[in-house]
Design a protein around this ligand. Structure first.
Ligand code: NAD
Length: 424
């Protein structure tokens, strides 16, 4: 067990505190704040799955649908032993704000199953995924609620979800239902550039930040917590700017090399061994030492609420680009501010994933296949535009970037409620 398994605050309370600050700055009616303070639907399913041993085992799955005033619910599916209703509620609400911030016609949702996927065989993972999808039934749908990958899930798991859904909805509509999930593999209707999209989006934000501050990324240093889809892709893409990865960690522990770690070779090592631990040329450090490592940029890309008061005090960086959702505790924010550490908040920094999920959904809907260049051009343009909008809003309202990003989102949602009213 790592020392990351410390007592953490309730993520949903953190999300509510963020909403309160943003709603105040945006000046939206209390009714909108009240609506957003609770998800529309909280679905919990318990279902049995046959294990390889022949035994049956019960699983608990969640799907929280936070808000759909701007479009179908959209958000990832997490497989992790710490999944809880309040965690999924928080993650679902952040999806609502992320889509609204980008003006993507989607709402927010999130789901998950509480278990440790690494302890299960491929066959068991397939049966768990298919049975969960079946249990969700028509609670998901291509125009209603569209899952995607998150911690512990990937393109293969999305394809099993898609296939299960397609096979229960009737064969004439089968292909029209491909877009019931995004983040699929390329062979099964996924989009070019989706796998790397979140990391690519983070690097667009970092590059904009560096340009604004006339900071040279070539020769800069960075640290990354979590080396899965988001952490590894961010590390690889950022390395292309000439910046160097000096410390990295995952569920098993942390390693460092002040002369730089090759993220491409590290990814191969993780693929083979399951962790960053033992990567040649690095030595192990504690979690506390990792957070105290001097670098220019820190990218949290593991779980939420990893940056508490102690970590905020220890951090010795200029910028935190939040790859993970909700990595920063409310109490840590003023400490970072006082230390002059800039924060590019999660709903902006890691939004490349949902942006390209939207492109995948559009391609499926129109029976199109865009090439990688087109996806990347569109992503770059949208990330830069939204980055600029957040930076201008923060300057205009003299608020921090998290509040600015969430306030833009909440204002957009409030406008829709003002025009549509509350039924009946
Ligand atoms: P992943 O499962 O691919 O990788 C997760 C990484 O975190 C792994 O390296 C794992 O070992 C590490 N980790 C797990 N528990 C840890 C702990 N206690 N301490 C340190 N490291 C730990 O997941 P991912 O898709 O890369 O997601 C990472 C974060 O990014 C999550 O917060 C997720 O919600 C967010 N996110 C993901 C996407 C996406 O497109 N996948 C998009 C936006 C945001």
């Amino acid at each position: 067990m790592s020392d990351a398994d410390k007592e953490k605050p309730n993520p949903y309370e953190v999300a509510l505190a963020q909403l309160d600050r943003a709603a105040k700055v945006a000046g939206v009616p209390q009714s909108v704040r009240d609506i957003l303070s609770q998800p529309k639907n909280e679905i919990i399913v318990n279902f049995p799955v046959r294990m390889d041993s022949g035994e049956l085992r019960m699983f608990k799955g969640y799907r929280v649908q936070h808000n759909n005033i701007l479009g179908p619910y959209k958000g990832g599916i997490r497989y992790h032993e710490q999944v809880s209703l309040d965690e999924v509620k928080a993650l679902a609400s952040w999806m609502t704000y992320k889509c609204a911030l980008h003006d993507i016609p989607f709402g927010g949702g999130k789901g998950g199953i509480k278990f440790r996927p690494r302890d299960f065989s491929q066959g068991e993972l397939e049966r768990i995924t298919r049975r969960f999808t079946h249990a969700l039934g028509s609670n998901i749908g291509p125009e209603y609620d569209i899952p995607a990958p998150d911690v512990g899930t990937n393109g293969q798991i999305m394809v099993w979800m898609m296939d299960t859904y397609m096979n229960v909805v009737g064969f004439t509509d089968k292909n029209a239902n491909r877009r019931v999930v995004t983040g699929k593999t390329l062979a099964s209707g996924g989009s070019h550039g989706r796998e790397t999209a979140t990391g690519q989006g983070i690097v667009h934000c970092i590059a904009e930040w560096a340009r604004d501050r006339r900071f040279d990324l070539n020769g800069a240093t960075y640290t990354v917590q979590g080396f899965g889809n988001v952490g590894a892709n961010t590390a690889k893409i950022l390395a292309r700017t000439g910046a160097s990865l000096v410390a990295v960690g995952d569920w098993k522990g942390y390693v460092t090399n002040g002369d730089g770690i090759n993220p491409y070779k590290l990814a191969e090592h993780v693929h083979k061994t399951g962790s960053v631990i033992g990567y040649p040329g690095t030595h192990s450090i504690s979690r506390a030492e990792f957070f105290a490592t001097a670098a220019d940029i820190f990218v949290p890309a593991a779980l939420e609420l990893e940056i508490g008061i102690e970590e905020a005090k220890a951090l010795n960086v200029k910028l935190i680009a939040e790859g993970a959702n909700g990595p920063t505790e409310t109490a840590a924010e003023p400490i970072l501010r006082d230390k002059g550490i800039d924060v590019i908040p999660d709903i902006l920094a890691n939004s490349g994933g949902v942006v390209v999920s939207y492109y995948e959904w559009l391609q499926n809907k129109r029976s199109e296949r865009w090439d990688l260049e087109e996806v990347e051009e569109r992503l770059a343009k949208r990330m830069k535009r939204t980055y600029l909008a957040v930076s201008e809003y923060a300057a205009m309202k003299k608020c921090d970037w998290r509040v600015a990003a969430m306030a833009i989102a909440v204002e957009r949602i409030a406008r829709a409620y003002a025009e549509r009213g509350i039924f009946p």
